[in-house]
Design a protein around this ligand. Structure first.
Ligand SMILES: [Ca+2]
Length: 470
C-alpha cells in the first residue's frame, strides 16, 4: 500500500510539473496562510523553531531566478524575496567539506575532509549537530545525498544523531536506477529501498510524508540534501520537454534538474504550510559548492567554478527564510560561511556551544535579526586534487587567490572584491607587501588545518555500497 501511495504521489508530482510549467509562481504569502497554527502557543512544545536545511549540489551562482536565471525556480525565489539573501555565502570548493562544516561548525580540513574522497568519513563526535538537537527532543532527519562516509556500519547518518535516513551514501547515484557503479545505493534506515522513481521527487515525497507524520509538538531538524543538479545528467522526459528550446543537450538536462529541484522544494514548503509548521520554521537554502562548469552550471559573472578558489567555486546561492522570525526582502552582503550554520542553528534551538566542540563558525542570528556586525575575521579556503592545489584568503575586501599545478610555479592574484567582485583586475603586482602578508597568514592556516588533513589519518570505513543487514 505504501509503495502504491508513493507511486501515485510521484505521478502527481511529475504531472504537476508539466501542468505548472516553468513560469507559474507558487502562490500565497506565508504570514497569512489560512489555518496556519504553528505560531499559536502550544503548551507541549518548547519555544524553538523547526529547522530545515535544504542543499542543492553543484548549483551555479547564476542558476537561480534571483540571480537572473530563467529556469523556473519560483520557490527558491520566493524564499529569497520573503527571506534574507545571503549574497556573500562561502562554501568550500567541493561539497564534502561544506557538509562537514554544517554538522560540526569546524573548519572541515581539520577533520580530514578536504577532497570528495569516497573513503574519508565524518568523525564521530558528541558535538555533532544532530546529536545535540536530538538530545533536545528534535526529530532529526536526513534525506538525500550523504557523501560523508559510505559505510553502513561506521559512518552512517544514523550514527551521527539522525534518527531517520532516506537516500544515498555515495556522491553520484543514478537518478532513476539509484545505482552507484552498478550497485544499488538507496536505503531507508539501513534497509535497501527498492523503489521506483526519480530521486529528487522521492526525497521530496519522503520529506512531505515525514512533515505530515510528525506531531506538531515535536520540533523537526531536517536536512534535505538534494543530489540535483550534480551529474549524472538525468531528468524526467516530461520535465525536459519544458526546455525543448535549449539547444545544448547537457544544459537542457541541467535546467530540467534544477527546475524539478525547485518544484520539489515547493511541494515541501506546501506541506509545511498545510501542517501549520511554516510560520515557526527556519529554512536555510544553499548550494554545497560553486556550480560545476563541466555539468553546464553557470556562475557568471563570477569567475571560475567548482574546485576553484575564485568566487565561482566558493560563493554559492544561499537564502535564509524564517517567515515568523526574520524580516524579509533583505540582502546581506557580509561574508559568511558554512561553518556559521552550526552555531546559528544551535542558537535557534537554545543550545549553548560547548568549548570542547572547538567551533570555528559564529552565530549569525544577532546579525540576521538585529543587524549586529560580525567581528572582522580572515576566511581561508583550500582544495587539492593532488595535481592541482588552490587556496585563498579573504580579509575585509581583499582576497588573495593562489593556484598551483604540479610542477608549475604558483600563481598569485590579489583582488579588491568590493570593487571587483568578478575578479578581473589582478592587483598583486602593485601590492607586494600585502600579498606577502596575506600569503603568510594563509600558509599558517594551511599548516594548521589543510596539511593536517592531507598528512593525517582520516578514519576509513569499509567500502560498502549495498546496505548491510547489520
Ligand atoms: Ca557538490
Amino acid at each position: 500500500m505504501r509503495i502504491l501511495q508513493r507511486t501515485l504521489a510521484l505521478f502527481l508530482v511529475i504531472s504537476s510539473t508539466i501542468g505548472c510549467g516553468a513560469e507559474q509562481p507558487t502562490d500565497g504569502a506565508p504570514d497569512s496562510t489560512p489555518g496556519n497554527s504553528a505560531s499559536a502557543p502550544n503548551a507541549k512544545r518548547p519555544d524553538v523553531p523547526d529547522i530545515f536545511v535544504i542543499t542543492a549540489d553543484d548549483l551555479g551562482w547564476a542558476d537561480v531566478g534571483f540571480h537572473g536565471a530563467k529556469i523556473g525556480t519560483e520557490t527558491i525565489d520566493r524564499m529569497a524575496k520573503q527571506g534574507i539573501v545571503l549574497e556573500t555565502f562561502y562554501a568550500a570548493p567541493v561539497g564534502q567539506p561544506t557538509r562537514a562544516a554544517i554538522l560540526t561548525g569546524r573548519e572541515p580540513n581539520k577533520l580530514g575532509l578536504v577532497t570528495p574522497s569516497e573513503q574519508y568519513q565524518l568523525p564521530r563526535s558528541p558535538y555533532n549537530l544532530p546529536l545535540l538537537l536530538r538530545e533536545r527532543n528534535y526529530r532529526t532527519i536526513f534525506l538525500g545525498k550523504w557523501n560523508l562516509g559510505i559505510s553502513n556500519k561506521r559512518s552512517h547518518p544514523m550514527q551521527h544523531g539522525f534518527e531517520h535516513f532516506y537516500g544515498n551514501l555515495h556522491s553520484q547515484v543514478g537518478y532513476n536506477n539509484h545505482e552507484y557503479r552498478n550497485s544499488m545505493d538507496w536505503q531507508r534506515n539501513r534497509e535497501l529501498a527498492n523503489e521506483k522513481g526519480y530521486i529528487t521527487s522521492l526525497v521530496g515525497l519522503e520529506a512531505i510524508e515525514l512533515i505530515h507524520a510528525t506531531p506538531i509538538e515535536t520540533p523537526m531538524f531536517t536536512w534535505v540534501s538534494f543530489q540535483a543538479p550534480h551529474l549524472p545528467a538525468e531528468a524526467p522526459l516530461t520535465t525536459l520537454q519544458l526546455f525543448g528550446q535549449i539547444r545544448d543537450e547537457q544544459r537542457r538536462v541541467y535546467m530540467a534538474q534544477v527546475h524539478i529541484l525547485d518544484f520539489t522544494i515547493g511541494k515541501i514548503v506546501e506541506a509545511l504550510e498545510e501542517s501549520g509548521r511554516l510560520d515557526n520554521c527556519v529554512i536555510v537554502f544553499l548550494s554545497d559548492n560553486g556550480g560545476a562548469l563541466n555539468a553546464s552550471a553557470k556562475n557568471a559573472p563570477l569567475r571560475g567554478g567548482k574546485r576553484s578558489c575564485f568566487e565561482g567555486g566558493l560563493r554559492v546561492p544561499a537564502v535564509i527564510w524564517a517567515p515568523g522570525r526574520l524580516e524579509g526582502e533583505q540582502v546581506l552582503t557580509t561574508a559568511v560561511t558554512a561553518t556559521d550554520l552550526y552555531p546559528t542553528i544551535l542558537s535557534l534551538a537554545g543550545i549553548p556551544i560547548a568549548e570542547e566542540a572547538k567551533v570555528d563558525g559564529v552565530d549569525l542570528w544577532p546579525l540576521l535579526k538585529h543587524g549586529e556586525p560580525l567581528q572582522e575575521r580572515d576566511l581561508c579556503f583550500a582544495y587539492s586534487s593532488g595535481s592541482h592545489t588552490v587556496s585563498a584568503i579573504r580579509r575585509g575586501n581583499w582576497k588573495l587567490v593562489r593556484t598551483a599545478k604540479l610542477g608549475e610555479p604558483t600563481l598569485r592574484f590579489l583582488f579588491d572584491i568590493a570593487a571587483d567582485p568578478h575578479e578581473e583586475q589582478d592587483l598583486a603586482p602593485d601590492n607586494p607587501d600585502l600579498v606577502a602578508e596575506l600569503a603568510k597568514v594563509l600558509d599558517a592556516w594551511i599548516a594548521e588545518n589543510f596539511a593536517n588533513a592531507t598528512h593525517g589519518k582520516p578514519v576509513q570505513g569499509p567500502k560498502m555500497t549495498v546496505p548491510s543487514e547489520n
